[in-house]
Design a protein around this ligand. Structure first.
Ligand SMILES: NC(=O)c1ccc[n+]([C@@H]2O[C@H](COP(=O)([O-])OP(=O)(O)OC[C@H]3O[C@@H](n4cnc5c(N)ncnc54)[C@H](OP(=O)(O)O)[C@@H]3O)[C@@H](O)[C@H]2O)c1
Length: 185
């Protein structure tokens, strides 16, 4: 490998992972994903879908989303390792670890996959908007729940170019749909 190529490889190193990096989001037709630190809808089937997809995997999320979950559940997501992106000196309970940047978050995710989740082959990126935006260029797969509504909200999914992605599955339900996108080669 030439020196130039080594440098190119180094430039992409921080977001490289042996595992599939998978975004998971529920997004309304108007792009809204959040309101007042929570989701502006309650769809039990979507919560179940999220649980089934992410169970026994590392899940990276921003500090705001993490605190919303703590408030609702009283603990981090059970059965998963939550990697909390934050610039703060955050104390975390068992089941969560803090990371102060994307590279650190991926490294924590890799370690949790190896050591706690029996070599899990996916690391999830579960929002919110800031974190989706930062990770979007690095995602291999995107699991999307389309919520067929136009709710008011204060947080939206970032703009993304759907022509770069193939839909590999679609499951239409009453008022929402589960889709899975894979980034084209
Ligand atoms: N519909 C969905 O599927 C879905 C999924 C997730 C979240 N949400 C919603 O989205 C909303 C929250 O989204 P949000 O964008 O406001 O917040 P967020 O992404 O959850 O958290 C933002 C925080 O993450 C930390 N952070 C992000 N990138 C970082 C980096 N590179 N280095 C260090 N720290 C970093 C910072 O924390 P510090 O300030 O501590 O430094 C930042 O303030 C909520 O309403 C939530 O319910 C919806």
């Amino acid at each position: 490998m030439s020196g130039d190529r080594d440098e190119a490889a180094d430039a992409t190193q921080p977001l490289e992972s042996d595992r599939e990096l998978v975004g998971i989001v529920a997004v309304a037709d108007n792009g809204v994903i959040g309101k007042d630190g929570d989701m502006p809808w309650h769809i039990p089937a979507d919560l179940q879908h999220f649980k089934e997809a992410t169970m026994d995997h590392p899940v990276i999320m921003g500090r705001v989303t993490y605190e919303g979950i703590l408030e609702t559940l009283g603990e981090p997501l059970p059965g998963r390792t939550t990697v909390v992106l934050t610039s703060r000196d955050l104390e975390t309970p068992e089941g969560a670890v803090a990371a102060n940047g994307l590279e650190a978050a991926l490294e924590r995710g890799e370690r949790a996959a190896r050591e706690r989740h029996d070599g899990a082959d996916r690391i999830f990126v579960a929002g919110g908007a800031t974190v989706y935006e930062e990770f979007l260029p690095a995602l291999d797969r995107l699991i999307v729940t389309e919520v067929h509504d136009d709710p008011e909200g204060d947080t939206s999914f970032p703009e993304w170019d759907r022509t770069e992605w193939d839909v590999v599955s679609r499951d239409d339900r009453d008022g929402f749909a589960f889709l899975e996108y894979v980034r084209q080669d």
